[in-house]
Design a protein around this ligand. Structure first.
Ligand code: GDP
Length: 295
């Protein structure tokens, strides 16, 4: 389970604090030292850890006293609030067009789960009564088109494809198709690469400028930790993202990417992939994640 190690470590640290009637600055410092180590071990970005601990310490030492809580409980409450903020604060919803169709560009490197996530999102939108259209714009990996068709069939979502045509042409034709067939959300499965390169970015920039998408979601694999965070930073700088989908959270025990993406790359995590099945996509709730960490 994600945050397994971090959760155990923090719960141990706070058990010691919770019972205390009075906290000295030394108690807080000691606890914060443990929090710092636990976050570093969870593969959270070094600078993020430093800022986080400084913020908690500042609030904990100059504590606003709440009568109903012991000082130890108050520190836990501050950590909970700061963890929630760190992961983006409020849950961020999909940005829908005032006038449909909404255009969602799904981008990301190969193997992160981009194609699967397109289908998962379509499935979840269908369940909410929307009429998505999946678009196969990953033209370099012929298997990707087939894969999207198979997944579309599984979740009962139509899939628009034009083979190896130029992605901008495919996307334009797909939009036309959506308009004339009453599909209200167009989800584009764009081409990935093994690594970020200029060709990939140029292609995505072309798509962005000709489509004006409402969402550009980057799919990153939580199990790759800080690599995922660095990829998110680059994509956000070069392309501008509206959000991140963090996949394979089910296989990530540390949680470093979940805790660092917002602070480092500057864009919110909107969804989390928690398994291989199409129903394994969840909206990302920072407060629930923080509760999970603190147990
Ligand atoms: P793409 O190359 O980015 O389009 O990646 P795919 O969609 O083909 O996914 C690559 C692999 O990751 C597949 O085996 C998926 O089943 C798997 N996958 C995708 N999302 C998740 C997830 O949230 N959890 C797990 N465990 N596996 C996932």
């Amino acid at each position: 389970m994600v945050f397994e190690g971090l959760s155990t470590r923090l719960q141990e640290t706070f058990r010691k604090l919770r019972g205390k009637g009075k906290l000295t600055e030394e108690d807080v410092n000691l606890a914060m030292r443990e929090v710092r180590l636990a976050l570093l071990e969870a593969d959270v970005n070094y600078k993020v850890v430093k800022d986080f601990v400084a913020r908690v310490k500042e609030r904990a030492v100059g504590q606003e006293v709440l009568k109903s809580l012991t000082p130890g409980q108050q520190v836990v409450k501050i950590v909970y609030e700061e963890l929630t903020q760190l992961m983006g604060g409020d849950q961020t919803k999909l940005n829908l067009a005032a006038k449909p169709p909404t255009v969602v560009m799904m981008v990301g490197l190969q193997g992160t789960g981009k194609t699967t996530t397109c289908a998962k999102l379509a499935r979840s939108l269908l369940a909410q009564g929307r009429r998505p259209l999946l678009v196969a714009a990953d033209i370099y990996r012929p298997a990707a088109i087939k894969q999207l068709q198979v997944l579309g069939e599984k979740c009962n979502c139509p899939v628009f494809s034009m083979g190896q045509e130029n992605p901008v042409n495919i996307a334009r034709a797909a939009l036309e198709y959506a308009r004339s067939n009453g599909r209200d959300i167009v989800i584009l499965d764009t081409a990935g690469r093994l690594h970020i390169n200029e060709e990939l970015m140029n292609e995505l920039k072309d798509l962005k400028s000709s489509l004006n998408p409402h969402e550009i979601l980057l799919v990153v694999d939580a199990m790759t930790g800080q690599d995922a965070v660095n990829v998110a930073s680059s994509f956000n700088e070069q392309l501008g993202l509206t959000g991140v989908v963090l996949t394979k959270l089910d296989g990530d025990t540390r949680g470093g990417a979940a805790l660092s993406v917002k602070a480092v790359a500057g864009c919110p995590i909107k969804f989390a992939g928690v398994g291989e099945k199409l129903e394994d996509l969840e909206p990302f709730y920072p407060n629930r994640m923080a509760s999970r960490i603190l147990g």
